[in-house]
Ligand binder design. Sequence first.
Ligand SMILES: [Zn+2]
Length: 181
Amino acid sequence: MVINDPEFGEVIVRKSPLSRNIKFTVSTSGRLQMSVPTYTSDFLAKRFLNTNRDVIRKKLPIKDPSTQRARDYQKKLLMKKAKEYLPYRLEYHAKMHGYTYDKCRLTHANTRWGSCSSNRTISLNIGLMNVPEPLRDYVILHELAHLNHMDHSKAFWAEVGSHDKNYKAHEKKLKMFNPGV
Ligand SMILES: [Zn+2]
């Protein structure tokens, strides 16, 4: 569960059979994390957060919670931008190259730019809005080509190459960006 807290931003609540009591930590991305025993209700977790604000402020090295809030706000904006762009761009490329897919999903996975499932759903990372357009298009074409080849075989790359002749350079450049938002 994620609590959207006005002071601490996104607070990640992890229910774990191993925790005996409620513990606060800060994740590597700077988010406040709460580990709670499995049986803790969402209501109780929220109440605990509210009653422990002073302790959290003092004990945890959240240097600037507003930074976290700003990041969450940026993510929201990015999602809005992505919604208005990526599904249409996908449709455009699909029409142009004669692909049919079932659905377009927007994600904010930390490790991948896109994926294509066997039920023909194409997922695109909203972080694509932060990369140059040719790289963004490359990811879309890459996922579309997976509709015909669910692997990274020679035939797959040949198909990608037929739509984007600079695909190798694009794949390489993409590594300079981080898909995590
Ligand atoms: Zn792939």
